[in-house]
Ligand binder design. Structure first.
Ligand SMILES: [Zn+2]
Length: 580
């Protein structure tokens, strides 16, 4: 198995001065001279096996495009010619266009001229947004793949390996396209469109491919899975490898969560994600995202003092010369002054990070070199280095099968949703959880699930769903998954440990899978342990209502409920006044 990292200009200034927050002279004269991950780690320690370069990314920037055309892809990236560089189109870049942006034959020339080691045929993504075009998009992908394959065999096969792109709507589509390719002699495949699919879909697909290989005896040479660096998939990829398939995959999600994740910015080998400590840089006109005219709205000199205090205290804390309370209060003051108001949400996460000091225990070259700076959320040079650290951690887990079974909570961070943005008539499923407060606690008490649970959050969610005509289901520590009208008996069980989660997960998955297809959006209003039971079924329709704790989430649901009810009253008054 091989891991490829997508190349999206992930570079840092090797001479960056963290104390003065100043770039090196080298960076100022040519930002392209900043170092890639392989230059920071050294080629022998680099935490991936290849680099993926998408054509849409190459052509995004004119200077970059010209330099790559002049130098070739390896020289531009400052990599030796034998280091695998995989080229693709970057189909996400033209997903909204009628047809792919590139010609199926011309792209072969592009791969050859720039010196790619591996290239993928021109594909078109099959996505729910363009569901009505799915057959058309699959047809284009297949025809482009086949055309390119025959041309490649004639003229390019000596120079680079060609993967024929496979796209599909359901598992059967993928299998069908692969088999059609195979009947023409194709042995290398690039499987696309899976990045946003739930793990269960991908596992089903892999199992079907395994069956096909066993029954047909046709073993693909190489299969690349695009956008799929999920630790839970490694054991399944292994099944393909055991049959003789070279499996490769890519994803930058571990790198990028260093700055994109709300609170899982720094990963550790045991699968934990820590929040980085946010100390944004203050400048006269910039520094806080979206706040261009800082000096009009803020007292800059005061902000700068608070910023300096936070940085100094972080460094002192790292040396054991400042206590945690003093550091936390500096962070809180600064957060208030910047009007970012993240501190209340992040307080518990910060405490965890600061108490555990994970950066002190990491042996990666980044943490070894810059120490506490890696955990500070501040500018490209710290944030991207933290991403490099994450990539290193990911690769250590990948290379050691004993670690494959760490369950990464951070693999599934759901986007937040505001209930007020849900529209009536949307096909929404709400997933909530059972509550400690019940009608009764023994088998003598029987009632429909919707009447059994008496907790405040449950009641609010129920009323909110009923008012909107949204379906809802309940994750129960005892029963797994319940529909509101199912009659159940009272019980005491609560979801506490990892084992509790593992016990009910199969039931939750089985029952959910049967109904999920009906919904456009799935909104989870439940605590972390309950969320863990959903790990394998999550896809890009899932959202979560997030808050600073139980009370905060209750008040969000209450607010949404009140809004719906008020609207209903107005509608009622309006309706009765017009009928009169
Ligand atoms: Zn590290």
């Amino acid at each position: 198995m091989k891991y490829f990292i997508p190349e999206w200009d992930d570079r840092v200034d090797p001479g960056y001065d963290f104390i003065l927050d100043k770039h090196s002279a080298q960076h100022d004269s040519d930002p392209f001279s900043d170092h890639y991950m392989w230059e920071i780690f050294g080629l022998e320690n680099v935490p991936f096996d290849g680099v993926l370069v998408s054509r849409v990314k190459v052509e995004e920037n004119k200077i970059k495009k010209r330099r790559i055309e002049e130098l070739g892809i390896h020289k531009f990236l400052r990599l030796p010619p034998n280091f695998p560089v995989l080229g693709d189109c970057g189909a996400f870049g033209y997903v909204n266009e009628q047809v792919p942006r590139y010609d199926p034959i011309e792209i072969l020339d592009y791969y050859q001229k720039l010196g790619f080691n591996i290239g993928v045929t021109v594909d078109h993504l099959v996505v729910p947004k363009y569901a009505e075009q799915k057959d058309f998009r699959m047809k284009i992908t297949y025809e482009n793949g086949l055309k390119a394959f025959y041309e490649w065999k004639k003229r390019y096969a000596e120079n680079f390996l060609l993967l024929c792109a496979v796209q599909g709507w359901d598992v059967q589509d993928y299998i069908k396209m692969m088999k059609s390719y195979q009947s023409h002699g194709v042995e290398n495949f690039g499987i696309g469109g899976l990045a946003r699919k739930p793990t269960t879909f991908i596992v089903d697909l892999i199992n079907r491919i395994v069956e096909e290989i066993k029954s047909s005896g046709k073993v693909p040479n190489q299969m690349h899975f695009f956008g799929l660096a999920r630790i839970s998939l490694f054991p399944h990829f292994k099944k393909l490898e055991d049959l003789g398939v070279q499996v490769t995959f890519d994803s930058a999600s571990f790198l990028r969560r260093a700055w994109l994740s709300a609170q899982n910015n720094y990963m550790t080998l045991d699968g934990k994600g820590y929040a980085a400590i946010r100390i944004p840089q203050i400048g006269e006109n910039s520094g806080l995202r979206g706040e261009r005219k800082l000096k009009d709205a803020y007292n800059i000199s005061e902000l700068k003092l608070l910023e300096k205090e936070c940085l100094e205290k972080m460094r002192l804390y790292d040396k054991g010369q400042c206590d945690i309370e003093s550091l936390m209060s500096a962070l809180e003051k600064f957060d208030k002054a910047t009007k970012q108001n993240r501190f209340p949400i992040l307080r518990e996460h910060y405490l965890e990070t600061l108490k555990d000091t994970p950066w002190k225990k990491c042996s990666c070259p980044i943490c070894q070199k810059i120490g506490v700076e890696v955990i500070i959320f501040r500018g490209n040079n710290r944030n991207r280095r933290r991403g490099f650290h994450n990539t290193w951690i990911f690769y250590q887990i990948f290379k050691n099968p004993n670690r494959w079974f760490v369950r990464l909570g951070i693999e599934h961070e759901l986007p937040e949703i505001d209930l007020l943005n849900l529209k009536k008539g949307e096909r929404v499923l709400v997933i909530t959880s059972c509550t400690k407060e019940k009608l009764g606690y023994t088998s003598k008490v029987k009632a429909p699930a919707k009447n059994m649970y008496r907790g405040l959050l449950f009641k609010l969610v129920k009323e909110f769903c009923e008012a909107n005509n949204f379906d809802y289901v309940i994750i129960s520590a005892k029963y797994g998954l319940l529909f509101p009208d199912e009659e159940i008996e009272g019980y005491e069980k609560v979801l506490k440990t990892r084992k509790d989660v593992d016990v009910i997960r199969p039931v939750v998955e089985e029952r959910l899978k049967k109904i999920l297809d009906k919904y456009e959006k799935v909104v989870v209003i439940a605590g972390t342990n309950y969320l863990k039971t959903l790990e394998n079924v999550l896809d890009d329709r899932f959202y979560q209502v997030k808050g600073r704790g139980y009370g905060d989430i209750c008040s969000k649901v209450k607010k949404a409920l009140d809004t719906v009810l008020t609207k209903k009253i107005y509608e009622f008054i309006y309706a009765s006044s017009t009928t009169k």
